[in-house]
Design a binder for this molecule. Sequence first.
Ligand code: OXD
Ligand code: MN
Length: 597
Amino acid sequence: MNFSTNNAHLNQWVNQLFDLCKPDSIHLCDGSDDEYNILASLLVKTGTFIKLNEDKRPNSYYCQSDPTDVARVEDRTFICTDNPEDAGPTNNWMNPDEMKTKLTSLFNGCMKGRTMYVIPFSMGPLGSKISYTGVQITDSPYVVCSMKIMTRMGKEVMKFIEGSKFVKCLHSVGKPLNHGDKDAKWSCNEEKYIVHFPEEKSIWSFGSGYGGNALLGKKCFALRIASYLAKKEGWLAEHMLILAVTNPKGEKKYFAGAFPSACGKTNLAMLTSTIPGWNVETVGDDIAWMKFGDDGRLYAVNPETGFFGVAPGTSIDTNPNAMLSMRQNSIFTNVALTQGGDVWWEGMTKQEPDELINWLNHKWMPGVKERAAHPNSRYTVPAKQCPVMDPEWENPAGVPISVILFGGRREKTIPLVYEAFNWQHGTFLGSIIASEKTAAADGELGKLRHDPFAMLPFCGYNMADYFNHWLSIGKLTDAKKLPKIFSVNWFRKNSEGKYLWPGFGDNIRVLKWIFERIDDDAAAVESPIGYLPYPKALKVDDLDISPQDRDELFYIDKNEWLNETISIERFYSTFGNKIPNQLIEELGALKNRLSIL
Ligand code: OXD
Ligand code: MN
């Protein structure tokens, strides 16, 4: 094969993989709308896509994956570094040479009967100092269409692919087609490998066509590889939303927030405020790359251009802006298909449709046992269609971050909001995030797991080194210029198992208190765990919450917290003596403060 562009390094890499994967043909993606439409039509022809009713949802497609390929596969995700300690105890590790041998045999001939697509893409605005380019090779036209929505890709990006300074992303669904084979509606392989080689900035993904396993710009590059680069280069690549809060005086502050998968990041990023005069706009819903600006403040960009959001539960009441974003030009995977050729999922409307085709392609009616939509079903939509995008969302310089939020899904123990004493304590708060497991990844639902910085599945190196990196970031600038750090929990329940907090639009009440704390305009009281809102500084008395539940929202239960410290200690011990002393100090100080409660 003779793949030829102006970049000799790229040519050599692509030609080598062409020889290995043995596709029938090769296509360099230009990123045009025409190309997208041609590929979408091809997917309709092969049965992967169903075009939705043009009057209801123009230029949009419905897709059902294979029922075994519905979420990220964390147990099949590897970080391959020369030294296992560099991957750390929270990642799966294999020796890079051994893994390459294994993968080379899997990829050998894996694209037979298919087209090899070459996608040049940029994570972050073109030409920004914060951005980074990559090239994804894939045999999945579904992935190409999704990458068109989720990243800046194609011809324009080619100009920015310099030498070998791009992340090499190789992906195959792992299902070669022999002569005369009919392609499946959704191709994948039972054997899956999502493998990262951070030291050589490359990713090899085999066997899955779904989400973070296959759209390699997202979790694999923008988090796992980028977190490794960020550590080396002194910046932050984080699993964080970015939003802007504006107060009635028109003053605006930017918040970044880390929450584990499927814990409401998209809803928070697009929040519709319930307080007149207070307003939220969106910069990103999943990933933030942050670098120091010349003024010593941290500036963030959203490296993506689309939202790959969890559909169930999304409605005009819970997230009107997401619903408006997906009115057209969208792809829906593993939701249900209505008789009128539109999409539906649990929670979308109060009234369930009389009849549907569910995500498993079965006839579905209200009352049947099977779900209409898979709990990890997704919409893929262009961010520019969101009515509340912040005007600065594509600013190559990024937006200055004043606040960092850390949150999880916790029924108990963690109050609605509290503030860290300082950066070191804030780093401690990030390191102790734990959350009940959701359907975004394979595994047991509802089980509490430690998910530090919401990065457990996404950190491309030893998490203890990552904690150290966060501590060192705090030393790179004047403490006053650093964002202030807060912990939030929208999911606390009362003794009857009912949520204590209404969440959604009312979360603005919490954001308002935080905003005012930055300006020293809101009162707080010191507690053993951090600063809590001074009663009345965070208004809740006009909400339909009993006085008892109101107290519970902020209650610090000494025994629960002591148990929490035991669990943290156990989690820290998995890192042996690599865990930074400063975090051990913070844990000790917390225990001391709790002991006198
Ligand atoms: C996601 C995830 O898809 O975190 O964003 O799983
Ligand atoms: Mn995510």
